[in-house]
Design a protein around this ligand. Structure first.
Ligand code: SF4
Length: 378
């Protein structure tokens, strides 16, 4: 690594697209979820506080270079590009991230990778305080955290992290059904999720949890949604983010599917799960649909105040005849439209092309075909 570059991990939530990424661990402590192949070839490791502080120093140095090109509320983009051209490959990527972060002005930082909350020896607080000292204008710091690890922490632990600067934890609950969690090797229980979620919130940190419609396959479709609603109502997270399940080639779940142990839930099953979830969830949080993989992206809003609007979108989809639902699924998955109400906006040639695919795809291959499209998005 050259002098001013810093570590960058592979993922962050879509809501952190404009955040500065600070990697404090590498990989995932669990690495056994059957649907996830992200860190399969990465051995988990944590970075020392000194290593992380060095990365923060490098971010600061790159930010200071970029700041020379700030012109009031504007930027000298040509000047930034000349700086960029003079850097080596790794530095260039890091400088581009820091400069874009400053230009976007979000002030948010995301701690990578899969489970940064594993740092329990005071290192995380130390790093958070150092980051705040070097970047006093940071507005929000967030991190992923696994429910199993979070459940071993107390509200006081989270209050200490909040005091050090941590604002929000993203946790991939994926399902609240113990049967589904076991089926996919998630390594957590709904009891742990509830304990974890309540402690995070009691410590004053915002909680964002994730739900995957379809994760229980056809067999556990209803159970998947009901379990998630039960956990959400017990925890009352600030955000419930929808991540439709896509079974990706190369994962253990894909092998289960090929060998008949896991039967794919279709898009209609997943929408019915969404309907159960929206119908049953209570509390002050927000349902968020911030991923291209979701079939009905406008199903988002406040769990109580927007319930009827969200259910109306779902019912509009479910009320369509089967051929129209298939046309919509394909149109949405190929990024032509974003809601059933936009079907009429499809150009005639596009409609004809999509209809041809619908007609030529055997019914028994339909769900697999849709899965192969959405699996490319993850
Ligand atoms: S905990 Fe998250 S990162 Fe780790 S294996 Fe499971 S889904 Fe992947």
């Amino acid at each position: 690594m050259s002098d001013m570059s810093f570590h960058i991990g592979p993922i962050r939530p879509p809501s952190e697209a404009d955040s500065l990424l600070l990697q404090i661990t590498n990989g995932c402590t669990w690495n056994k979820c059957k649907f996830c192949g992200l860190y399969k070839h990465t051995r988990f490791r944590t970075y020392s506080a000194d290593d992380i502080k060095k990365d923060i120093d490098n971010m600061r140095a790159l930010a200071d270079i970029a700041e020379k090109y700030r012109r009031g509320s504007d930027w000298d983009i040509d000047g930034l590009n000349i700086e960029l051209a003079g850097m080596n490959g790794e530095e260039r990527q890091c400088f581009a991230m820091v400069a874009n972060w400053l230009i976007n002005g979000t002030g948010s930082v995301f701690l990578q990778d899969g489970n940064s909350l594993i740092l329990r020896d005071g290192r995380l607080s130390e790093v958070l305080r150092y980051l705040k000292a070097k970047f006093p204008d940071v507005t929000r710091i967030t991190s992923y955290g696994r429910a199993e690890n979070l459940s071993k922490m107390t509200a006081e632990d989270f209050a200490e992290l909040k005091d050090a600067g941590l604002d929000r934890i993203h946790s991939g609950f994926e399902s609240g059904s113990d049967e589904v969690l076991k089926l996919v090797g998630k390594g957590t229980t709904s009891e742990q999720q509830i304990a974890a979620g309540r402690a995070v919130k009691a410590g004053g940190i915002e909680l964002s949890v994730y739900f995957m419609p379809g994760l229980g396959g056809k067999a556990l479709s209803e159970e998947n949604a009901k379990g998630m609603a039960r956990v959400v109502n017990a925890v009352k997270p600030d955000f419930l983010r929808i991540r439709t399940c896509a079974v990706k080639p190369g994962t253990e779940l894909y092998r289960d599917m090929e060998e008949g142990r896991f039967i794919l839930a279709g898009d209609d099953d997943k929408v019915r799960e969404l309907k159960i979830l929206v119908s049953l969830c209570e509390g002050g949080g927000k349902i968020v649909s911030d991923h291209i993989i979701n079939l009905l992206p406008y199903v988002e809003g406040h769990m109580e105040n927007d319930k009827s609007r969200m259910l109306a979108i779902i019912d509009e989809y479910l009320a369509m005849p089967e051929d129209m639902r298939k046309l919509y699924q394909l149109g949405r998955r190929l990024c032509h439209i974003g809601s059933p109400g936009q079907m009429g906006l499809l150009p005639p040639q596009t409609t004809a092309r999509l209809n041809k695919i619908c007609e030529e795809t055997p019914a028994e291959e339909w769900d697999m075909m849709i899965n192969s499209i959405i699996a490319r998005y993850i």
